[in-house]
Design a protein around this ligand. Structure first.
Ligand code: GBH
Length: 461
């Protein structure tokens, strides 16, 4: 399993963060313990028909009870950094108001445990599990939710800001806004594109309001950022209509959030492409949203290859956008999610972001793949596909770095197999297998490969 280790040619700086990522609802379980309040994902996954076979995060990978064991496992693999998210409803069961200190205690133990093992923590404050109580007041459709988020961010920073350097406000607001309010695939399950635009604006506002509060209560060397998902769009032919439709798709998939954050404006093509109105906003919103960031978190999984098609008037987004996706792409391989494996997309993306937005730094906060992992009942899980995926993407990342992209870290999604949202437990992204009947962890070949890869780059003292 270690044979692929030396195949990466690029050289990475000694302080480059080699990490793994998870999120609270996907791994913790203990959904009703120690005073945790319900989130929109408890309600959504508990609604028949919303997730694969009705799967929920009630137990998940039981990480809440196995935290020390999981950190020890990371330490054994030589993982340098761990990106995890904090469950807002563990800290504030009602979303605002009284603080549940047992929730904060858990994350404080986690952080101390990581630091004791010399693993750098990167905290994500919101990875989609909005307190259900806030949803009753409109959730992200209500501007007040942005204010509540900023208060929550300060509460966490006051407890952990002396020890944690790396903070991300939101994970993939595109998913919360569009999958949650536009397509309805995610909680809260609305299907209204105009609502998605409103939710997106309030998510950005939440980020903007939280930043100064985090700044005030974290270390002077704190690195504050946000995590966005990108799906680079490539035109399938040279036709002008195809070029045009690719740009529309790009505004929707890739510019919706980064443009307000780095340029204090929404991409014009977004609203025309989606046939919606710009969000209602206050005069100072965009300025707040565009406050300088220390790093941009970049999640990359796949690309879209598109060609022009006739747009529909109204109807679902897939019909409104004037493109169709070319799939399968001849010669390409695909993951279990049906996503094309396209490593050079990561290099193109990082260089494009560098040139167009000049972020002070970027961190690849998620990259990884679901494959059908066979466990033979013995000690091995031969996920060569995942090793190849990771190796090729790390190679592409190295090339981007060499060509001038300011990348400071890379996190594999994910440490553990976990609750893959609407797909429940049917998709496995872990470099560590989880046997959900016993909660036993079995390191996959990709986990051993990543461990050797990191070890080969660790500076020797
Ligand atoms: C991330 O979402 C999440 O942060 C994480 O919680 C999740 O477990 C992980 O990825 C794996 O899914 O859908 O064919 O148009 C990633 C969400 C995936 C959304 C790629 C856009 C584009 C391909 N993104 N997707 S397609």
């Amino acid at each position: 399993p270690h044979s692929n280790t030396l195949e990466i040619s690029a050289s990475f700086p000694p302080d480059f963060l080699w990490g793994v990522a998870t999120s609270a609802y996907q791994i913790e379980g203990a959904a009703y313990e120690d005073g945790r309040g319900p989130s929109i994902w408890d309600a959504f996954s508990g609604t028949p028909g919303k997730t694969y076979q009705g799967d929920t995060g009630d137990i998940a990978a039981d990480h809440y009870h196995r935290m020390e064991e999981d950190v020890a496992l990371m330490a054994r693999l030589g993982i340098g950094a761990y990106r995890f998210s904090i469950s807002w409803p563990r800290v504030l069961p009602q979303g605002k108001g009284s603080v549940n200190s047992r929730g904060l205690d858990f994350y404080e133990r986690l952080v101390d445990c990581l630091l004791a093992h010399e693993i750098t923590p990167l905290i994500t404050l919101f990875h989609w599990d909005l307190p259900l109580a806030l949803q009753s007041d409109g959730g992200w459709l209500n501007r007040e939710t942005a204010l509540a988020f900023a208060d929550y961010a300060e509460i966490v920073a006051r407890r952990l800001g002396d020890r944690v350097r790396w903070w991300a406000t939101l994970n993939e607001p595109w998913c919360s806004a569009y999958l949650g309010h536009g397509s309805g695939e995610h909680a809260p399950g609305l299907r209204d594109l105009q609502a998605a635009i409103t939710a997106g604006h309030h998510l950005l506002l939440a980020h903007g309001l939280a930043l100064p509060r985090l700044r005030a209560h974290t270390r002077s060397d704190a690195q504050l950022g946000i995590v966005l998902n990108f799906t680079p769009v490539y035109p399938a032919d040279e036709q002008p209509e195809t070029q045009e439709s690719a740009q529309q798709a790009d505004a929707f998939h890739n510019r919706w959030f980064i443009e307000p954050l780095y340029c204090a404006r929404y991409p014009e093509a977004l609203f025309s492409a989606l046939q919606v109105q710009p969000p209602a906003m206050e005069a100072s919103d965009l300025e707040l949203i565009a406050a300088p960031l220390d790093f941009l978190g970049v999640n990359y999984y796949t690309r879209l290859l598109v060609r022009a098609s006739a747009p529909a008037n109204g109807g679902p987004i897939s019909a409104r956008l004037a493109h169709e996706t070319v799939a399968p792409v001849p010669g390409s391989s695909y993951t279990e999610m049906g996503w094309e494996v396209y490593p050079s997309g990561l290099k193109d993306l990082l260089l494009r972001l560098q040139h167009e937005y000049q972020p002070k730094a970027m961190v690849v906060t998620e990259n990884g793949a679901a494959f059908h992992d066979e466990w033979d009942g013995n000690e091995h899980i031969h996920d060569g596909c995942r090793i190849a995926y990771l190796r090729q993407h790390i190679q592409a990342l190295g090339e981007a770095l060499t060509s001038g992209a300011a990348v400071r870290g890379y996190f594999v999604w994910s440490l553990l197999d976990n609750f893959e949202w609407a797909f429940g437990y049917s998709k496995r992204f872990g470099i560590v297998y989880v046997d959900y009947s016993t909660q036993r962890r079995i390191v996959k070949d990709s986990g051993y490969w990543y461990a050797s890869f990191i070890a080969a780059r660790r500076p020797r003292s």
